[in-house]
Design a protein around this ligand. Structure first.
Ligand code: SF4
Ligand code: FES
Length: 254
């Protein structure tokens, strides 16, 4: 039998980027524990709409943990309390009847609030535009098949490529650093032969773009790794630093 729970929600409401926001209290009643967190907000929004009030604005798209659109800080944890889980994949069975749940947007100077829980993460796209691609001629599919890549290297590149660009690493970091995101994007290309010719230029361009966007520096707090829904490892930050130093000094540091 489906279990239902009642929750008290304290949700950040803010009408626009330059308006003062505040936490408002709502009651989410008869919430099925089979629902996702976003479905629970849908239920609350339905009631708000029926009452003639503004629904809570939040970002979402795939609701399958693959697009990186969703995200909010739930009881102080980006994407909520479950490890390796996006907000859209967080199920209400992880909450108890009578819980009070505080829901806030990502907090970072680089992510201005658009409305309520929706923030502008466009700067992450700018970092990708700065260098997160391969522009050399990598040939066709048959050429790729002809380049032997050790399984261990391919696996590491695929692990880095799992980054969905959600920005939770920034929200988790006390410095609002985007280093885990940048390092995942640099690693996924730098590890593979097709990405190596542009690795130096890419590392410098993407880090400069992140600096310009207002993200902070990495001081090895590891909060990003703990909260990343794709469990991206901070070893990629070490690789990014190596790529950056190689590029900066033009040396043969490995
Ligand atoms: S590194 Fe993880 S937390 Fe950061 S943007 Fe990528 S998936 Fe999201
Ligand atoms: S809505 Fe796509 S990852 Fe959550």
């Amino acid at each position: 039998m489906t279990k239902t729970i009642n929750l008290t929600l304290k949700v950040w409401r803010q009408k626009g980027p330059h308006v003062k926001g505040k936490l408002e209290t709502y009651h989410a009643n008869n919430i099925s524990t089979d629902m996702s967190f976003l479905e629970m907000i849908d239920v609350v929004n339905e009631q708000l709409t029926l009452d003639g009030k503004d629904p809570i604005a939040f970002d979402h798209d795939c609701r399958e943990g693959i697009c990186g659109s969703c995200g909010a800080v739930v009881n102080g944890r980006p994407h909520g309390p479950e490890k390796g889980t996006t907000l859209c994949q967080l199920h209400m069975r992880h909450f108890s009847d009578g819980d009070t749940v505080v829901v806030e947007p990502w907090r970072s100077r680089a992510f201005p609030i658009i409305r309520d829980l929706a923030v502008d993460r466009g700067v992450l796209d700018k970092i990708i535009q700065a260098g997160g691609y391969i522009s050399v001629n990598a040939g066709g599919a048959q050429d790729a098949n002809a380049i032997p890549i050790p399984q261990e290297v391919a696996d590491k590149a695929m692990d880095a490529a799992a980054c969905i660009g959600c920005g939770a690493c920034v929200a988790a970091c006390p410095n609002a650093s985007a280093m885990l995101f940048v390092s995942a994007k640099v690693s996924q290309l730098a590890l593979l032969p097709q990405g190596k010719p542009e690795a130096a230029r890419r590392a410098i361009a993407m880090l400069c773009s992140a600096d310009k966007a207002g993200f902070g520096n990495c001081s090895n707090e590891r909060e990003c790794e703990a909260e990343c829904p794709k469990e991206i490892s901070i070893t990629h930050i070490a690789r990014l630093n190596r790529e950056f130093f190689k590029a900066s000094f033009g040396s043969s540091v490995q």
